[in-house]
Ligand binder design. Structure first.
Ligand code: PGA
Length: 257
């Protein structure tokens, strides 16, 4: 897989105005990239319509942070795939650990959302990851395999080709997160690749496997150097345009020159 994916989920951090100014800056940087890095941003729902306009004449892909799986219904506060499709999104992030933790999302819910996203032509970016107790109990591999199997249940090989996976260990995410060792990440990604190929023998090797969780200027090159790491899903370090620019420029130099 030659292409790499690099993107950021803004979480609940940017207003519409802040998002527009961030996107204008990112567009200038993106226009100068010569490699085929697949670049994406994931704004809050309120900013999607405006940010979609900003990225429409650029290489930047846009996604949502979550959605319901039903097209319509009595689900106060939810947003449907049909509504997101009306905006014209490229992807939708599903099952981030913060959604699992604070909104009790489980793998079965995420599976329904994956199917719904595919129905509307949005690429599901499915987040999986073990928490610290699971890691300390030595069951990371079992947990991750189960998450993958349930989240991707029932997909055909053709559907699976549209899926993106992000491995984000819960203990590595956010301000209190502990950056993961690159060797550990490499081993886990190889394991995940094996499970994906088992599930989808024809296309499993082509499904992008991104890494996320405290990706920063010190560690991003170590992560991307592993053959089964096909991209980076960056939080805080990408919210700041200066540091995100360093990552993009260095990746381009490192991988393509
Ligand atoms: P972080 O966030 O890079 O700030 O740890 C990663 C994520 O939650 O995807």
């Amino acid at each position: 897989m030659s292409k790499i994916w690099v993107g950021t989920n803004w979480k609940m951090t940017k207003t519409i105005a802040e998002g527009i100014s961030y996107t204008k800056e990112l567009k200038q940087i993106a226009n100068k990239l010569t490699s085929d890095i697949e670049l994406f941003i994931i704004p809050s729902h309120t900013a999607l319509v405006d940010i979609k306009k900003e990225v429409s004449n650029s290489r930047i892909k846009i996604g949502a942070q979550n959605m319901h799986w039903e097209d319509t219904g009595a689900y106060t506060g939810e947003i449907s795939p049909k509504m997101l499709n009306e905006i014209g999104l490229d992807l939708v992030e599903l099952g981030h650990s913060e959604r699992r933790q604070y909104s009790n999302e489980n793998d079965t819910d995420i599976n329904k959302k994956v199917v719904a996203a595919l129905k509307y032509g949005m690429q599901p970016l499915v987040c999986i990851g073990e928490n610290i107790q699971q890691k300390n109990n030595g069951i990371s591999l079992e947990v991750l395999a189960a998450q993958l199997k349930v989240c991707l249940k029932g997909l055909t090989e053709v559907q699976a080709q549209q899926v993106l996976i992000a491995y984000e260990p819960v203990w590595a995410i956010g301000e209190n997160g502990m950056p993961a060792d690159a060797k550990y990440v490499g081993e886990i990604h190889s394991f995940l690749r094996g499970i994906i190929v088992e599930l989808f023998p024809e296309v499993g090797n082509d499904i992008p496997l991104l890494y996320g969780g405290s990706v920063n200027l010190e560690n991003f090159l170590e992560y991307i150097d592993h053959q089964d790491v096909n991209g980076l899903f960056v939080g805080r370090t990408a919210w700041n345009m200066e540091t995100f620019t360093v990552i993009l420029h260095e990746l381009e130099k490192h991988l393509y020159q």
